[in-house]
Ligand binder design. Structure first.
Ligand code: ZN
Ligand code: ZN
Length: 291
């Protein structure tokens, strides 16, 4: 399937397995449109070996992915998943500016010191007003969009991961978030990892996707693979979700030859699912009838 996967991890973050090359190999086997490695930027201010790479891993990580970029030009991209936390914005910005990332995924995994998507910290949900949790989360994701630091917003409604839903539709807060994302011009990923979490659905939900589509926000795709075999997982479902929400096109990223952030390119969702066999034949033998 000719969709890209821009959200993949590696063994460096302490909770995933496989080297970048393994992820690239799966992407090529699946005939994906492209692949980005986007492991966790060192978590600031305090490193957690189970959540992100160590600062000393960053340069070797970049070198390893850059070698793959050289081997598969235009196909492999150097990404990073960075935490958006209000008190670490300037340090994150310095790290993003100081390294040649093609793109950065901006993710909110914390409300204050609470890692709300961390299974080790789940009990905290029982102490909180769930609507307030969602409202604070939406506010932070909107701040992440406004920050201008990120190319893609990661798993947009991650706060649903363990199945804790707001008690009412947060119409105003959600409307405001969508408006902020649209104004910022940042991409939103359809992240299929949620299908394998307690919530059992992709991020974001169809209702949010419809609102994003209506507001003109462009989408792309990420599996959030933590093992090489998870690359491109459930992408047929993700594409179906996108089309149900009204999307006809999706964004892919092309590395910038001048060393800046990747450029966005739009492609048709329908064409991404043309029969792969006939296309493969066509590539091998351009003279074949019907190619
Ligand atoms: Zn994440
Ligand atoms: Zn991730």
């Amino acid at each position: 399937m000719r969709l890209p996967d821009y959200h993949t991890h590696t063994s460096l973050c302490g909770h995933a397995s496989g080297r970048p090359a393994d992820y690239v190999q799966t992407a090529r086997q699946l005939d994906l449109l492209g692949i980005g490695i986007a492991d966790h930027l060192p978590l600031l201010p305090d490193h957690d070996p189970e959540l992100s790479m160590h600062m000393s891993d960053l340069v070797p990580y970049i070198a390893e992915v850059e070698a793959l970029k050289a081997e598969f030009p235009g196909y492999v991209l150097l990404g990073i998943e960075a935490d958006y936390r209000p008190h670490t914005v300037s340090e994150v910005q310095a790290l993003l500016d100081g390294h040649p990332f093609d793109y950065a995924i901006g993710s909110v995994h914390h409300l204050g010191t609470w890692g709300f998507d961390d299974p080790r910290q789940m009990e905290e949900y029982d102490e909180r007003d769930i609507d307030e949790v969602w409202i604070e989360y939406f506010q932070l994701v909107g701040d992440a969009a406004d920050s201008g630091l990120f190319t893609i917003l990661g798993h947009l409604d991650l706060v649903k991961k363990f199945g804790y839903r707001p008690t009412r539709i947060l119409e105003y807060e959600l409307g405001l978030l969508v408006e902020r994302i649209a104004r910022a011009g940042v991409l939103v990923e359809i992240n299929t990892a949620g299908l394998h979490k307690p919530v059992g659905e992709a991020y974001p939900t169809l209702d949010i996707l419809r609102r994003l589509c209506e507001a003109g926000v462009m989408i792309t795709f990420g599996s959030d693979a933590h093992r090489p075999e998870e690359v491109g997982r459930d992408f047929a479902h993700a594409a179906e979700l996108a089309r149900s929400a009204g999307y006809e096109v999706f964004a892919s990223l092309e590395p910038d030859s001048d060393g800046g952030r990747a450029r966005m390119r739009l492609s048709s969702l329908a064409e991404a699912f043309q029969a792969p066999r006939s296309r493969r034949r066509a590539r091998k033998n351009p003279e074949a009838p019907g190619a």
